[in-house]
Structures are given as structure tokens and as C-alpha cells.
Design a protein around this ligand. Structure first.
Ligand code: PLP
Length: 396
């Protein structure tokens, strides 16, 4: 068999076993800590969740951290906690996972999209300005792949129009911007601890803020909007009252145990992600038609994704690239089909293809290559070899 022929065109695959694009890394410490919790009194939300929240708040240097069941429910609590509601408009990016927009929709507010800055692949402050109306109350920027959005530019817009900023930092746990932890910027932020993210609790998420009122509201909503201690019932210890429509987004001590040990390994995870990124950057520097992720400016991101853009000079388009990599047993993914392409946002909010040219242009080329700390050097070499072989095949 001619080794120069990619599997997609009849050659042998570079790998026998499928390599995913992301995944968790769980060690003995995590397993032991989970077992310790299972032997204890609390397996629902208890002291280990409190400890996890305290550790995250310390690490991020914020006043409050509220653990919840996912990044999606964190965005829900954050949107309602921030006071978004019916009649309000909240501006967000189309190049994100659907849950980002649900910070608005769950609260009854309207999501409004603005185009991205193609360099950072995140909300462009000038495009945001164009979407502002009298009903705009907030912004939900997303730090794509963990690369900081234009934080200063977006905060300037927020100041100018008195908007609340809710950062969807689900991709960026562990990164810094101008020396500050990503997600610690005002007014509030959310994280996801899904297994492909920078640390995991299985499923899980976190709302973080310095704002006492937002934190209080998010905590209440997480647990049925229940007042467990109504003042007029001090001598009736059983008396608890729902004061609104809350949820059960309580995370368990089992998950928090996992999260606490993952936090201990954050530095190790970041180092490994950085090593893999450096190898990719070096290997792809001379491959025409691949735009590698932007250099971090004034920041030290912890990248969740290594998202490249495939351009014409590569020799095949993104669709063919994805299928060819899958045939090599290399898992790749596309983050994301722009939200204004989804029936939900077209039918309910009047979005159309063509609305956001920068997003559409970036999306056409996007592919996330495998990036997770559990990859060994030969996994990384396989990915590089698969890309190079495909490129060479098309160049000949
Ligand atoms: C940018 C972004 N926001 C929110 C979420 C939702 O997080 P979760 O899967 O934990 O609900 C994701 C998940 O993929 C995401 O990528």
C-alpha cells in the first residue's frame, strides 16, 4: 500500500484506534476522593461542594462561586441572576454553543447577535455597538477556545451604555488576561466542567461574581428559590418557603470531590495542553492553507480547543478535511455551526444566513484538532502526520 495515500482516498488509516478530539484525564487521587465522599454522609450538595466553591473563588480571586449542574445551567442562573427578563435584549456571539444564547432565552429575554472579530473569533465591540437599542441590557461574550475576547473593548461598550456583562468563560478556566484570571472580570462569568473542558466534574458548571446580589439570586434559584429561613418563623425550624420559580440545579459532593482533585492538577493539564499546541504550531507553520489559532495578546490562555481554519490553498475544503481525518481515525470537530443558522434563532428571532459575514467566513474553515492532556506524543504525531499527508496528497 502506498503510504502517501490518505485513508479517505484508499490508503491505510494512520491509526487503528480512534483518537477523540477531547476527553478527561482522571487519576488515582480523583478516584480516592470520590470514594471518600461515597463513604461519608453527603452524596448530594454538602460540605465538599462548599469547599469546591471556596477553592474556585480563591483561585479566581472573586467573592462568590456557585456550583451548578452544567455550564448550561450556570448560564441560566447567571442570566436570571443578572436580572435579564422579558422585553430585554442581550447581545451575544453567533459563533458559540447554543447554551450561551440561553443566558437570555431562559430568562425570557431576546438574544441578539453581533458579528465576531475574526482574529479572536469572539464578539467585536464595534459590531456590538451597531446592535444596541433602548432595550439592550447586557452582553454575553464568549472566550472562544479559551482565547480572551476583547475584554477592554467590550467593557468600554458596557460602560457607555450601562450594560451588564456576563462572560461565557466555559472554554477558558485556568487562563489569565493581563495577569487576572479569565472569568474574574466584571460583572459575572460562567464555566463548564464537562469532560472535554479544562477540568471536569463529569457534568458541572460554576457561576462566579463579585456582586453580592447576583450571587444571592443565583444561589436561591439553584435550589428551588427557597427561603430556608423565613424571618417570621424562627421557632418553626421546618418552615421553608418558595419565593419564586426556582430549579434543582444542585451539584453533588461526588462531583465536587472530582473537581477538587482536578483543580490540583490544573497546572499539569495546562502544561500538557501548551506542549501539544507548541508542537502543532511548529508543524503547521509551513503548511499552506491552515490558519493556526491567534497568538495570545496580553494573556496566558488555557486553550480548551486547538481550532484551525482550512483555506483554499490547503487543497481541499473543510468538509473534505473533516471526513478525511475521520477516515484516519483522528477525531476532529467543528465549533460551531453559527447560531443564526439554527431553526430556533431563524424562526423565533428572525435571523438569516448572511447576517454575520465574519462569523460565516471563519466558520467555513473551522476545525478543532484533538487537544487534551491524556494525548501522548505518538497521538500528537499521528494528528500531524494525518494533516501533512492530506496536504501533500492535494499538493501533488
Ligand atoms: C461556550 C460554551 N458555553 C456553554 C456550554 C455549555 O456547557 P455544558 O455542556 O456544561 O452545559 C458549552 C458546552 O459545550 C460551551 O462550549
Amino acid at each position: 500500500m502506498d503510504e502517501r495515500i490518505p485513508a479517505h482516498y484508499g490508503g491505510d488509516p494512520i491509526r487503528d484506534a480512534v483518537l477523540g478530539y477531547g476527553g478527561q484525564s482522571i487519576g488515582d487521587e480523583e478516584k480516592q476522593r470520590v470514594l471518600d465522599v461515597l463513604d461519608g454522609d453527603y452524596i448530594t450538595r454538602g460540605p465538599t461542594v462548599d469547599e469546591f466553591e471556596d477553592r474556585v473563588a480563591d483561585f479566581l480571586n472573586v467573592e462568590h462561586a456557585i456550583a451548578t449542574t452544567s455550564g448550561t445551567t450556570a448560564l441560566h442562573l447567571a442570566g436570571e441572576g443578572a436580572g435579564f427578563g422579558p422585553g430585554d435584549e442581550v447581545i451575544t456571539t453567533p459563533l458559540t454553543f447554543v447554551s450561551t444564547a440561553h443566558a437570555a432565552t431562559y430568562a425570557g429575554a431576546d438574544p441578539v447577535f453581533a458579528d465576531i472579530d475574526p482574529h479572536r473569533r469572539a464578539l467585536d465591540p464595534d459590531a456590538v455597538r451597531e446592535q444596541i437599542t433602548d432595550d439592550t441590557v447586557g452582553l454575553v461574550p464568549m472566550h472562544y477556545a479559551g482565547h480572551p475576547a476583547d475584554i477592554e473593548g467590550l467593557l468600554d461598550v458596557a460602560d457607555e451604555y450601562d450594560l451588564t456583562v456576563l462572560w461565557d468563560a466555559c472554554h477558558g478556566f485556568g487562563g489569565t488576561w493581563r495577569g487576572e484570571p479569565l472569568g474574574s472580570q466584571r460583572d459575572l462569568a460562567t464555566f463548564s466542567f464537562h469532560p472535554v473542558k479544562n477540568i471536569t466534574t463529569g457534568e458541572g458548571g460554576m457561576v462566579v461574581t463579585d456582586n453580592d446580589d447576583i450571587a444571592e439570586r443565583a444561589r436561591r434559584l439553584r435550589s428551588f428559590d427557597m427561603n430556608y429561613d423565613p424571618p417570621e418563623h424562627a421557632d418553626e425550624p421546618w418552615y421553608q418557603v418558595a419565593e419564586g420559580v426556582g430549579y434543582n440545579y444542585n451539584v453533588t459532593d461526588i462531583q465536587a470531590a472530582l473537581g477538587l482533585e482536578q483543580l490540583e492538577r490544573l497546572e499539569e493539564f495546562k502544561e500538557r495542553r501548551d506542549e501539544i499546541i507548541a508542537r502543532y504550531d511548529e508543524a503547521f507553520a509551513d503548511v499552506s492553507g491552515i490558519r493556526t489559532p491567534p497568538d495570545p495578546e496580553e494573556s496566558d490562555p488555557m486553550y480548551h480547543l486547538y481550532a484551525v481554519e482550512i483555506r483554499d490553498e490547503f487543497g481541499c475544503d473543510r468538509g473534505e478535511f473533516v471526513n478525511a481525518m475521520h477516515d484516519e481515525n483522528v477525531g476532529v470537530q467543528v465549533h460551531y455551526v453559527p447560531l443564526h443558522y439554527h431553526p430556533l434563532f431563524q424562526e423565533e428571532y428572525g435571523c438569516e444566513r448572511g447576517d454575520f459575514p465574519n462569523t460565516e467566513r471563519v466558520y467555513e474553515g473551522l476545525v478543532s484538532l484533538p487537544l487534551f492532556p491524556g494525548m501522548d506524543d505518538s497521538d500528537v504525531a499521528d494528528v500531524i502526520q494525518a494533516v501533512e499527508r492530506l496536504h501533500r496528497y492535494h499538493a501533488e
